[in-house]
Design a protein around this ligand. Structure first.
Ligand code: NAD
Length: 497
């Protein structure tokens, strides 16, 4: 590439040092608004991945494992302060890398600080429990211990938020990490290394290897990891889980979704339509929790469809770095092409296109990867449009008559990440939330997250949890210790109970 040497260029971050990748291969990362390359990223291979795991293992064995919870907490709090102070800069970098609007990316940088503080608070409180046994002359207790070295593989849509969920919990629990960000959005993760260093974390506790699927594959197949936490597509997730199965490495998989947002006739329709709108057009629909299927009770169906169809073309598309922009670009070219292909397929399946349906053009949009906010109505749940994750601003509206029918449609995909329920009837809200086969249920709200809430899916949306206390427990193991203080000599041929 012509001007490659003039772009900022990033090495790998291994053992507290910036290290060029062994094979010397670099690739450009593109700004999806200008479609110009704006930084060069290193392509780590299997030997770089091995070096990163070795550096993490050495840091774990020589210092981090014995570091007190209080010390870990102090470092995480310090890092949170540094991240918060840099939130605007991190937001600009992330928006430049993945095209998400600046109000979301700066918010996610602040969320990273929040989640670091949330888990910092746990670091010195990881006590176990005393367990009373049937016998009185033994003392039994279970402790919580770190796992060791964990691999964190991340997608491109929300790098800082995802890294926060994984790394903050893993570090608070006393593990060292090797992070593999997406090849489409690596810069903020690399820049975070500088803040980790400034906060004073020992070298080797936090390592970053960049590169495409080959690097992720090398990490998933590597020996010496104690857990892998993966966020991304079902296709790659299955490959990671299969590789981890061969080395018996436990995995967490945070995969995709096709989440239903259900509006009942008795709902506050203005609030519900705004929630549905946020659910699919927030973050340009590039979010695993996108409410991409809108289920609407027949008696209010026309009103809801017309509300959304009228508002969608008014969404302000534009430079994602500008505060007033409401929807940014799609993050990268493969994803853009995928969305366009899904829209074409939805048309051919017979869904009614109500608005949008193609590339967005207009002043200031010429170069960027913009898609029009797109709404299909009269969608049937067996269409590809309703069954497959599109990961873009494409809404499928499905009518229903009864509560039972809504539940059947809502649960009628292979995914199970999130669901939204809009109703004023508390009994219905409770009944339907119990019936949802999903890891998250929102009632009269949507796409609202917090450091304290456990997050994750069921079925093809994956397994394991992030955030909340559950997210911390994923990075801890328990050890049981039994102390016999009786004076009796035991029968060697009978197990003691
Ligand atoms: P992706 O699966 O293509 O890539 C995710 C990461 O895995 C990247 O770092 C990539 O380089 C790496 N990777 C790719 N192939 C690999 C392989 N064979 N072995 C190991 N690593 C590999 O996903 P994406 O396109 O970056 O992200 C979009 C997907 O992520 C969507 O399906 C979305 O729903 C999902 N996602 C899920 C959550 C969640 O928390 N459930 C959050 C955000 C995104």
């Amino acid at each position: 590439m012509e001007n490659a040497e003039r772009l900022p260029s990033y090495d790998l971050y291994i053992g507290g040092r910036w290290a060029p990748c062994g094979a010397g291969e670099r690739f450009p990362t593109f700004n999806p608004f200008t479609r110009q390359p704006w930084a060069m990223i290193s392509q780590a291979d299997a030997s770089d991945v091995e070096s990163a795991i070795a550096a993490a293992r050495s840091a774990y064995e020589t210092s981090w494992r014995a570091t007190s919870g209080l010390e870990r907490a102090k470092l995480l709090f310090k890092l949170a302060d540094l991240v918060e102070a840099s939130a605007d800069r991190i937001g600009i970098l992330e928006t430049t890398d993945n095209g998400k609007v600046i109000r979301e990316t700066t918010g996610q940088a602040r969320y990273l600080a929040r989640v670091l503080r949330f888990y910092a608070g746990y670091a010195d409180k990881l006590w176990g429990k005393v367990i009373p046994l049937d016998r009185g002359d033994v003392f039994d207790y279970a402790t919580r211990e770190s796992l060791g070295v964990v691999g964190l593989i991340i997608a491109w849509n929300s790098p800082m938020a995802m890294l926060g969920n994984k790394a903050a919990a893993a570090l608070a629990a006393g593990n060292c990490v090797v992070v593999k960000p997406s090849e489409h959005a690596s810069v903020t993760t690399l820049e975070l290394c500088r803040l980790v260093e400034e906060a004073g974390f020992p070298a080797g506790v936090f390592n970053v290897v960049t590169g495409d699927a080959r690097t992720g594959d090398a990490l998933a197949n590597a020996k010496g990891l104690d857990k892998i936490s993966f966020t991304g597509s079902g296709t790659a997730g299955r490959l990671v889980a299969a590789a981890a199965g061969r080395t018996l490495t436990p995995v967490i998989l945070e995969l995709g979704g096709k989440s239903p947002n259900i509006i009942f006739a008795d709902a506050d329709l203005n609030k519900a339509c705004t929630g549905a709108f946020a659910g699919i057009f927030g973050a340009t629909g590039q979010t695993c929790i996108a409410g991409s299927r809108l289920l609407v009770q027949r008696s209010v169906y026309d009103e809801v469809v017309s509300n959304i169809v009228k508002r969608a073309p008014g969404i302000q598309l534009g430079n994602p770095l500008k505060q007033e922009t409401e929807m940014g670009t799609v993050a990268n070219e493969p994803q853009f092409n995928r969305i366009i292909e899904y829209i074409a397929s939805a048309k051919s399946e017979g869904a009614s296109l109500m608005t949008g349906g193609g590339r967005a053009t207009g002043d200031g949009l010429e170069d960027g990867l913009f898609i029009e906010p797109t709404v299909f109505a009269e969608v049937s749940n067996d269409m590809r449009l309703a069954q497959e994750e599109i990961f873009g601003p494409v809404l499928a509206i499905i009518p229903f008559d009864s509560e039972d029918e809504a539940i059947a449609i809502a649960n009628g995909t292979s995914f199970g990440l999130a669901s939204g329920i809009w109703t004023r009837d508390i009994n219905r809200a409770m009944r339907v939330s119990r019936a949802m086969r999903s890891g998250l249920v929102w009632i009269n709200t949507y796409r609202a997250v917090a450091a304290q809430m456990p997050f994750g899916g069921v079925k093809d949306s994956g397994f394991g949890r992030e955030r909340g206390e559950e997210g911390l427990m994923e990075f801890l193991t328990s050890k049981n210790v039994m102390i016999n203080y009786s004076d009796d000599e035991r029968d060697p041929f009978a197990i003691q109970t």
